[in-house]
Design a protein around this ligand. Structure first.
Ligand code: AMP
Ligand code: GLY
Length: 422
């Protein structure tokens, strides 16, 4: 089978690495891909939302399945675009139709969905310019800190958590005034939940589901979860506190009601469901949905999936996922993200990366790299994910850290305290 992966990050490199091991794969294409994905297939210079160019590439290369990495093309309706096209409609897309993608594309939609299907989550109110007074009243009734979320996609930056009420009220006005453009025309104000977070992933064919390995990501740039939010500085799988008892609660209270809720709402959701959870006194609450795999969680989780991912994707496409096998390795897997100095603020691009060939025992997934002549150079804030397995997360981390310290590029940085909270 010929498969096209949409996206260009570490997640997509991890997909390419795994899919290329499938006996079912003939040719693999990645649009646009990066220096790492080029090892496993053909990179196509096409943007992830350039649907006409994707259409042409699919037809020219006889693509038989499309795996969508990031959320933006899903929210913009790539799956719907395929369904509406006579020549594309029978080519399976792994990723939901746009109505399903609203679970990630609109926080207000997601919260209404959670309420409708009785899924445990933080109390909230959606606010626009029209019910501002009510919004301020709701916020005054909450305890600090105050959680304010832009309704729409904001590249992971749309959530503000503010200690002081007056500042939170100002921030609400600034957000409604266009701080995140149209994405914050509606703001979701939420009760703050205190607890420890993890990411749970499921693959669904709209009827059945398979739960993938659970992971914890580290979003803050600095040691001890301090400093600015990033796209993710690393991840660990499994997560010790997400034990069998906890995961059973997650399945019964969150995963099953979500899959059934989508059915009841008439949404044919075929793809990944990502549950961003917070554990409050060992009870799971859903903070957010994403409709794709996590990055950098995928770069760890993928190492623990023993089964053929393409076979599972076929199950999603054909609606017989229940009959497919998912075997998960009991070992731990981690990923350590090497980033460019200055990230998530201003950082340099185009610096040469060396010593990649000296890495042993870890797998490297490129996040922001490209080829410049015969050299690999940095091409983003998050540069390379160093992924390893081990009998526990500490052993796996040790290996990733040893290898990360061998890789050189100007002003490289990575967190050295992942797992400190576990
Ligand atoms: P989100 O984009 O919804 O995942 O929010 C980004 C981050 O903000 C989450 O990973 C949490 O760390 C934090 N957060 C979001 N909502 C809440 C909440 N209701 N209570 C506490 N922390 C939250
Ligand atoms: N690691 C969190 C995300 O992918 O959104």
């Amino acid at each position: 089978m010929n498969i096209l992966i949409i996206g260009s990050g570490g997640r997509e490199h991890a997909f390419a690495w795994k899919i290329s091991q499938s006996p079912k794969i003939d040719q693999l294409f990645i649009a646009p891909g990066n220096a790492g994905t080029a090892e496993f297939g053909t990179n196509l210079e096409i943007g992830v939302t350039d649907f006409p160019a994707i259409r042409k590439a699919v037809l020219d290369n006889k693509i038989e399945m499309v795996v969508v990495g990031p959320e933006v093309p899903l929210v913009e309706g790539i799956h719907d675009f395929f369904l509406a096209d006579e020549l594309l409609k029978d080519i399976p897309v792994i990723g939901p139709v746009s109505r399903g993608a609203q679970l990630e594309g609109s926080k207000d939609f997601a919260k209404e969905f959670m309420m409708r299907h009785q899924i445990p989550t933080a109390a909230y109110l959606s606010v626009t310019k029209d019910n501002l007074e009510q919004g301020i009243g709701f916020m005054r009734g909450l305890k600090a800190p105050y959680v304010l979320k832009a309704d729409g996609l904001a590249a992971g930056k749309g959530v503000l958590i503010i200690e002081n009420l007056a500042e939170a009220e100002d921030a609400l006005l600034t957000m409604l005034g266009g701080m995140f453009g149209l994405a914050s025309e509606t703001v979701v104000i939420e009760e703050f939940l205190k607890g420890i977070e993890c990411s749970v992933f499921a693959l669904t064919d709209a009827e059945n589901y398979k739960i993938l390995p659970v992971a914890k990501d580290y979003k803050r740039v600095g040691a001890g979860d301090t400093g600015l939010n990033t796209g993710g500085m690393g991840a660990i799988s499994p997560v010790p506190f997400a034990d069998e008892i906890y995961m059973k609660k997650v399945e019964e209270r969150i995963i099953i009601p979500t899959v059934k809720g989508l059915q009841k709402d008439g949404i044919d959701f075929k793809g990944f469901l990502f549950f961003g959870l917070i554990s409050v006194k060992s009870e799971p609450y859903l903070i957010e949905y994403n409709v794709r795999m996590g990055d950098p969680e995928t770069e760890a989780v993928i190492l623990r999936i023993k089964s053929d991912l393409v076979d599972l994707f076929e199950g999603v496409a054909k609606g017989d996922l229940a009959e497919r096998e998912l075997v998960i390795d009991s070992d731990s897997a981690v990923t350590v993200m090497m980033v460019a100095g200055g990230y998530p603020g201003a950082y340099e691009k185009g610096n040469v990366i060396t010593n990649l060939e000296n890495v042993s025992g870890s797998i490297l997934f490129h996040s922001g790299t490209k080829m410049s002549g015969n050299k690999v150079v940095t091409n983003g804030g998050r540069v390379i994910a160093v992924s390893s397995k081990g009998k526990d997360f500490r052993a796996a981390l040790k290996l990733s850290y040893q290898n990360a310290s061998k890789i050189e590029f100007k002003n490289r940085y990575f967190r050295k305290d992942l797992g400190f909270d576990l």
